[in-house]
Design a protein around this ligand. Structure first.
Ligand SMILES: C[S@@+](CC[C@H](N)C(=O)[O-])C[C@H]1O[C@@H](n2cnc3c(N)ncnc32)[C@H](O)[C@@H]1O
Length: 353
């Protein structure tokens, strides 16, 4: 029967099966397919992922016995980060985080941020977390906020990153950079969309005061061009002093990194060897790469400093912090991801550079 329909409609029977599954479990995605904002395959995968998460949260999650819940220098609280009263005032040096995006994916837990009935309510909840961040951050501390946007039902970008960063600036945060994280392997878009494909997210670099700690030498990158060894023709070239001056135009440790960062999107939560997935099909799906955030932690904190991630997810911030001799505190509403993070950090060794 499906084959007959498929022939009449001119789409494969596999696609019909996928569309029926999407219609049953996540009918909202059908509109995105119709508008060309999502492919049938993409919507099917997203629906399957959501169903896995929901089914997982529906039964009482039994903690795995092998999960190390006591890791030195790491504390993760399984609760909303709107209240971080476990963390003292002005005790954190660096905050690195990525909040859940509005109406994008569900983590299947009551109280999760991202599914409020309006953008206003969503921003208010994020601002509650940000004001807790402000309370716990040292006067010379830094905050890195990785955040992407989403489209509303009229096809317009919601502009949540801009709205949030403006509110934060109004609340006294100093915005030092808007870094662009260009995802070199961003998801291909449906060929029928009438706009450019999405391939980047913002990273807002905020501080509380201009006295913030920052060690550029920890994050310099190699120069792409050779130092100028030849003086321009209109200069005298017969003195070695002049030659030295020209060569020294380049810093011996490398140049200042630029605000446009190219990096892969992580396909799975973390690499195969460390992989801890309570349900085979469950992946976090919204992690940031370790390589992306390492420079943030290295430049703005020192060994033994405390790093916070109020939305710790699969524990990327925790892993990079511990590897670099920092201590880490995190908040995560899903008990599954709390365990994932602890499991991921169980084998961490401090890397001395
Ligand atoms: C974008 S993900 C963070 C991913 C993380 N950066 C990583 O690399 O794995 C956002 C996380 O926030 C969690 N979350 C949602 N609402 C929360 C809340 N109210 N308090 C704390 N965590 C929350 C979600 O469960 C999800 O794991």
């Amino acid at each position: 029967m499906r084959d007959v329909i498929s022939e009449k409609m001119g789409i494969s029977s596999g696609s019909i099966h996928k569309l029926l599954y999407i219609e049953e479990h996540q009918p909202d995605l059908l509109k995105l397919i119709d508008d060309g904002d999502m492919s049938i395959n993409g919507a099917y995968k997203e629906t399957k992922r959501q169903m896995n998460i929901i089914s997982l949260s529906e039964y009482v999650y039994e903690r795995k016995k092998n999960v190390p819940l006591n890791i030195e220098n790491l504390n993760i609280y399984n609760k909303t980060s709107e209240d971080m009263s476990e963390v003292g005032n002005a005790s954190v040096q660096t905050i690195v985080t990525s909040p859940p995006y509005y109406n994008k994916r569900t983590y299947g837990v009551d109280g999760q941020i991202g599914w409020e009935s309006s953008i206003e309510e969503h921003l208010e909840r994020l601002m509650t977390v940000m004001s807790e961040c402000k309370r716990v951050l040292k006067e010379n501390g830094s905050l890195f906020l990785v955040i992407g946007d989403s489209y509303d039902e009229n096809g317009s970008l919601r502009q949540i990153p801009n709205r949030l960063s403006t509110r934060m600036a109004d609340d006294g945060w100093i915005l030092r950079n808007t870094l662009i994280w260009y995802k070199t392997n961003a998801k291909p878009e449906n060929g029928r969309i009438k706009r450019w494909g999405t391939s980047y997210e913002y990273i807002f670099f905020f501080v509380r005061s201009m006295d913030y700690s920052f060690d550029m030498d920890k994050i310099r990158v190699p120069y792409t061009t050779e130092p100028t060894r030849h003086a321009p023709r209109h200069h005298k070239t017969n003195t070695s002093t002049f030659m030295n001056q020209q060569t020294n135009l380049q810093h011996p440790l490398g140049r200042v990194p630029r605000d446009f960062i190219e990096d892969d999107v992580i396909k799975t939560s973390f690499n195969q060897k460390e992989k801890f997935v309570p349900d085979e099909n469950l992946e976090h799906g919204a992690t940031f790469p370790e390589k992306l955030i390492r420079p943030f932690i290295l430049a703005t904190s020192k060994e033994n400093d405390l790093v916070l991630d109020p939305f710790i997810g699969s524990g990327t911030t925790a892993k990079v912090s511990l590897e670099n001799g920092r201590t880490c505190v995190g908040y995560e509403i899903s008990p599954v991801f709390v365990d994932t993070s602890y499991q991921r950090c169980g084998q961490v060794k401090v890397i001395r550079i």
